[in-house]
Design a protein around this ligand. Sequence first.
Ligand code: NAI
Length: 247
Amino acid sequence: MDTKRVAVITGSASGIGKSTALKFAAEGDRVVVADFNEQAGQAVVDQIKANGGEAICVKTDVSKYEDVEALVDQAVKTYGRIDVMFNNAGIGRLTPVLDQKLEDYHAVINVNQHGVAHGIIAAGKKMREMGIHGVIINTASVFGFLASPGTFAYHASKGAVIMMTKSAALELSPHGIRVVAVAPGAVDTPIIQGYKDQGLVDAMKSKVMGNKLTMPEQIADTVYLLSTPNASAINGSVVMADEGYAS
Ligand code: NAI
C-alpha cells in the first residue's frame, strides 16, 4: 500500500516555507508548493524533483478563499489525499501605528490572518469529508505574544493566528484532526532581510540566545516533528521555536 503523505505548504517559494517543503520531500512526503510567486515556487518543485522527490506547484493567493479551496482540491486531484496543511504564507509591512497606511494594515490582515483561516477551513473540510486524521500547522510568531514598536498590524494578525489555532483544535479534534502553531523568533529569511535598514534585525538578534538569527531549516525541523505521530499529544498548542526570544 502507498503510505506516502501529502503536505500542502503555503508561502513555500521562499524562507521557512521553502525549507519546510524541502524537508518534507526529503522525508518522503509528496509536497504541494503553494505561493503567490509561481516562478520561485516552480524552482522549489524543480529542486525537490532533482533530489528524487515528488512535488507540484499551485499558484495561490492565500488571501482569497477560492484560491485556497482550489489549492486543496488540486492536491487531492493530483495525489489523492491531504495529510498536512501548513498555513505559513505571511508578509511584514512593519510601520508605526499612526503612520500605517490602511491598505497595508488590510494587506497584512488579509494574508497573515485571513490566509490562515482560509487554510484551516478548506483543509479541515476536506480532511473531515475524506475521513483523514490530518494535521494543520499555522505559522504564528513571538510577535503574537510580545509587543514591539512599529509592528501593529503584524501583532494583530499573529495574535489572531494563535487563537484561531486553539479554537479550531477544539472543534476539529473530534474528527481526529490536530491543529497546532509554530512561533518562530528571528529567522534569517527575506522577510526580515528587508528590515536591515531599520536596524530591526540587530534588535531582534540581540533578544535571541547567542545573539544570532535562527535558520529556516531549524523551523522546518520543528514543523516536520509537529506533523508526525510523535507529536500526537500536541494539539491546540503554540510551540515556541524562538531560541529563547526575550521580551
Ligand atoms: P519569506 O518572505 O521568505 O516567505 C514568505 C512567502 O510567502 C513568500 O514566498 C511570499 O511570496 C509568500 N506570500 C506572501 N503573500 C502571499 C499570498 N498572499 N499568498 C501566497 N503566498 C504569499 O518570509 P518567511 O520568514 O519565510 O515567512 C514565513 C512565515 O513565517 C510568515 O508567516 C512570517 O510572518 C513568519 N515568521 C517569520 C519570522 C522571521 O523572522 N523570518 C519570525 C516569525 C514568524
